[in-house]
Design a protein around this ligand. Sequence first.
Ligand SMILES: [Zn+2]
Length: 214
Amino acid sequence: MNDQTHEMLEENDVNGYAKIDQYNPAAVERMSSHVREILVDLGEDPVREGLVKTPERVAKALQFLTHGYSLDPAQILRSAMFREEYQQMVIVRDIEIYSLCEHHMLPFFGKAHVAYIPNGYIVGLSKVPRVVDAFARRLQVQERLTMDIRNCIEDTLKPLGVAVVIEAQHMCMVMRGIQKQHSTATTSAFTGEFNSEKTRAEFMRLIQRGSPVA
Ligand SMILES: [Zn+2]
């Protein structure tokens, strides 16, 4: 299939400010027709007023929710690496995560906490949430998402250690009634100095305390 990769720019005026989204028009077209068939299989009428534009909306939403495939997380880090002798723990905590579980294509969402101990290089702090997002905006399982983030920072920055903790709620559990409560899944991945109990305990203590400005 001739997969046109050139992208169409579309501007939507949302609440007074312009939001620019990128979509692949050929993929939107194909996915819309699949969604229309799904609506029919669900017993719905795809031409009734409320549903006429739904296939296209779903196709665009899915492309947005998986736009991480077109991002290069290592390149995001490399674009803002600076030589620096600082060798203490750097923590970016409470990073919002929105992802889709690859088993049900339903959302899971929560927070990521990321730390590293520099070894000659630091990275612009705003890049850490962007790396998290680049991996989260794909079909994922929480365990692999945790390791993807850890490995990317480890391989790119080559720090003395990396720590990643993710706490998330999975709609495939909550909405399907498998879990009645607001249970949270926690995953973690560590390298280097974070394998020492003392360093890891300090990291866990720092991400568990309340807001630093409180
Ligand atoms: Zn699932």
